[in-house]
Ligand binder design. Structure first.
Ligand code: PLP
Length: 437
């Protein structure tokens, strides 16, 4: 059974085909902790390998527990199919490698999670894939950096520290007529931001954050909107349109719709070529853990969103704070983008700039008792970090400012504790910040 509902609350519990385990009637999704699956016959095995029949072959490529997670994520995002992977970093890596090879380029937003920045600016460059960085405040910057070898555009829906919403529709509209898909990392905006509604072709997630929510498991996913015509400008997407020597010469973009009646070329190739060859599979146990998180995501997000508004309003009026960075308080073009893309609150990331700079930032963090001082976001617990002395300390002061990190900047990921307790703890930090220096 699969539900017709469009409501996230229902989709996270009933999205996809899983109702109960076929052999035991188990309602909870079983952990299929197996590496392999017995073939019924040589014909069955050969049909599976030739994709003439869909079924389990080997857990590096697919697994029934992972499949439940994949189907529910696809349903939640309004996509057609998904691929669960070992981490959000793997998801971003494979999404790009599924389209770009050495000699090609992609155009990416400058506003990125630091790990993705390193992946793009160093690792991909070393592999011969050039990443050109465009300032997303003007979407036309993506067009300006495009050439014949550009295979994809990339952005993060809600990048910190600036928390400016990415112009999804504007950039998707530039790319589509050119045959260039927009890939968006929606790690910070599940449910709150719906990239497929605005023209994104592919969504990536780090499941490690809000979707898992409990801070127990690293995981990632790619979701395919099946809304992009990979054959429209075939020379633009050679990996999907030219014969693939690693899969008996198949031309994915034309063969897959003929075989499956839907344009699933991207997500199928990601699984049976990129994941098959590079092996960044998620363990079924982590998929199980992440499903536990996913099932309560809509409920948790409501509370995250409410708590963050209360925290941001409190901080805005505090004398130790010179600025609060929170989508609700954006102005000008960024306010318009918040109103266009953010439908259910403003998320639970809040940035503050402490008037007294770097020493105030350190004193603030050291005085916190309830908040965890960790390099993570999206946990059920409230988290805080002072980037200038930690995640961004290897950058020069000028580079820090370019990324939006001022000396007194502190990032908060507002958790699910009672807001009075979160604010009481922040007061301790602010008192220490005021006394510093
Ligand atoms: N994308 C974003 C926006 C992130 O914040 C992170 C991690 O912080 C990642 C990707 C990488 O995810 P993972 O840690 O699951 O590899």
């Amino acid at each position: 059974m699969t539900t017709d509902s469009k409501h996230p609350e229902t989709l996270v519990l009933h999205g996809g085909t899983y109702r109960k385990d076929a052999t035991t009637n188990s309602v909870a999704v079983p952990i299929y902790q197996t590496t392999s699956y017995e073939f019924d016959s040589t014909e069955h095995a050969s049909n599976l390998f030739a994709l003439k029949e869909l079924g389990n072959i080997y857990t590096r490529i697919m697994n029934p527990t992972n499949a439940v997670l994949e189907e529910r994520l696809a349903a939640l995002d309004g996509g057609a199919a998904a691929l669960a992977l070992s981490s959000g970093s793997t998801a971003n890596t494979y999404a790009i490698q599924n389209l770009a090879k050495a000699g090609d380029n992609i155009v990416s937003s400058t506003d990125l999670y630091g790990g993705t920045w390193n992946l793009f600016n160093n690792t991909f460059r070393n592999l011969g894939i050039e990443v050109r960085f465009a300032d997303p405040s003007d979407p036309e910057n993506f067009r300006k950096l495009t050439d014949d070898k550009t295979r994809a555009y990339f952005g993060e829906t809600l990048p910190n520290p600036k928390l400016n919403l990415f112009p999804i529709e504007e950039v998707a509209n530039i790319g589509r007529p050119l045959g260039i898909p927009l890939i968006v990392d929606n790690t910070a905006g599940p449910i709150n931001i719906r990239p497929f509604d605005h023209g994104a072709a592919i969504i990536t997630h780090s499941l490690t954050k809000w979707i898992g929510g409990h801070g127990t498991s690293i995981g990632g996913a790619i979701v395919d909107g099946a809304n992009f015509d990979w054959t429209a400008v075939p020379e633009r997407q050679p990996l999907l349109n030219e014969p693939d020597g690693s899969y008996h010469g198949v031309e994915w973009a034309t063969a897959i719709p003929q075989m499956f009646g839907a344009q699933l070329a991207f997500i199928i190739r990601a699984r049976v070529v990129v994941l098959r060859d590079q092996g960044g599979a998620i363990s079924p146990t982590n998929s199980f853990n992440l499903i536990q998180g996913l099932e309560t995501l809509p409920l948790r997000l409501k509370q995250h969103n409410e708590n963050a508004i209360k925290v941001a309003e409190f901080l805005k009026d505090h004398k130790a704070v010179s600025k609060v960075i929170f989508p609700k308080f954006h102005e000008g073009e960024n306010k318009k983008r918040t109103e266009k893309y953010y439908k259910n609150g403003f998320g639970s990331l809040v940035g503050i700039e402490l008037s007294k700079g770097i020493e105030a930032g350190k004193a603030f963090i050291d005085a916190l008792e309830l908040h965890y001082h960790v390099a993570n976001i999206g946990d059920a617990r409230s988290l805080a970090i002072h980037p200038a002395s930690t995640t961004h300390s290897q950058l020069t002061a000028e580079e820090q400012l370019q990324t939006g990190v001022t000396p007194g900047y502190v990032r908060l990921s507002v958790g699910l504790e009672h807001p009075e307790d979160i604010i009481a703890d922040l007061k301790k930090g602010l008192d220490a910040a005021e006394k510093s220096g």
